[in-house]
Unconditional design. Structure first.
Length: 65
């Protein structure tokens, strides 16, 4: 499971072994489920993790409590 935003989802949604994230039956926009078969090579895992890191690093900081 990775958080990549809607632009990231649009970039990978047609790739094999990638599906929408839906824990409760409702699709979580901006999230993707990468099935294990899609992570068979280290480069695959690295690419998806890098996408998630880049997306999350660009998010604004959460307000303090």
């Amino acid at each position: 499971m990775i958080r990549i935003g809607t632009d990231g989802w649009d970039a990978i949604c047609d790739q094999p072994h990638v599906g929408p994230m839906d824990f409760t039956g409702k699709v979580m926009k901006g999230w993707a489920m990468i099935h294990p078969a899609g992570l068979s090579e280290d480069e695959d895992l690295r690419r998806y993790v890098d996408m998630a890191i880049m997306f999350c690093a660009a998010l604004p900081p959460k307000p303090g409590r």
